[in-house]
Design a protein around this ligand. Sequence first.
Ligand SMILES: Cc1cc2nc3c(=O)[nH]c(=O)nc-3n(C[C@H](O)[C@H](O)[C@H](O)COP(=O)(O)OP(=O)(O)OC[C@H]3O[C@@H](n4cnc5c(N)ncnc54)[C@H](O)[C@@H]3O)c2cc1C
Length: 292
Amino acid sequence: MREIKEGRGSPHGGVFLDIAWIKEKIADAAAHIQRKLPSMYHQFKQLADIDITQEPMEVGPTTHYAMGGIRVDADTQMSNVPGLFAAGECAAGINGANRLGGNSLSDIIVFGKRAGEFAAKYVKEHGAGQVNNDQIDEAVRRSLEPFERGATKGGGAEGPYQVQAELQEMMQDLVGIVRTEDEMQRALDGLGKLWERTRKVAVYGHREYNPGWHTAIDLHNLMTVSEAITRSAIERKESRGAHFREDYENKDAAFGKVNTVVSKAADGSMQVRREPIPVMPEHLKQVIEEMK
Ligand SMILES: Cc1cc2nc3c(=O)[nH]c(=O)nc-3n(C[C@H](O)[C@H](O)[C@H](O)COP(=O)(O)OP(=O)(O)OC[C@H]3O[C@@H](n4cnc5c(N)ncnc54)[C@H](O)[C@@H]3O)c2cc1C
């Protein structure tokens, strides 16, 4: 990331990663690489016609996984909304700031099962609950707004794709892998402007299959998640796991004891606060001791 930011990036905005050099060290280097990295070897060979056992590959930092997420109860996976459960990458789960490779798949299997079981138990005990038709009508009205704007503004209104692309580029540039206060504050300003445009995007055409309409709806979620990431990353004045701050390069023990919680205030604004990490229950501590 630093190499790219300082203008020494590769032609497509990445860097060259060379693992072929290992042939200087071991005899059967090509076979060794194919054995150690079979899927990487095949992907580069088939998709880019590059033999990584012989030549450098162009790679770039990108978003891989969301390590924050919906707050859930550790046992049941129920969110703060009674009867609403979350599991997998959308949930703030077991990973903290540093998901270990491969952990996501075991996470979704273990906690997906738990969420399903507790959701079934919940519905048996509480019934299906009351549907609030006013809230549904409001959600339908909001979902259809982009069509209304499209109809009233003719062809002149902005569609969702341009806003989405600018959001993507800005988050990559300013709230990416290497973070600073100054850049993230600029991102917050940028998000403010993008929110205004998000609320005005218009779509046209069909209502049965219309990717533009889906993007217009998704955009609100992308904006919300981007703002939550930015605000909580500004608040966490340290580096930990995948959250790397160039202006606070070390871990801060005080932050090791808290979670950053983002919630919606009564006026609709986003609020960030720190809360102590819950203490692990004794029976779980015992399980861990036994596993050791
Ligand atoms: C390039 C890459 C490589 C990875 N490699 C690994 C690996 O080697 N090992 C590992 O453990 N993990 C890996 N991961 C992470 C792992 O793949 C994901 O964390 C995991 O698949 C997430 O599963 P999920 O079911 O929680 O979410 P998702 O798979 O994202 O499922 C969410 C689903 O919800 C749907 N959806 C979204 N919005 C709506 C809506 N409004 N209405 C209805 N449906 C909706 C989406 O279409 C999607 O089908 C990798 C991730 C990436 C990006």
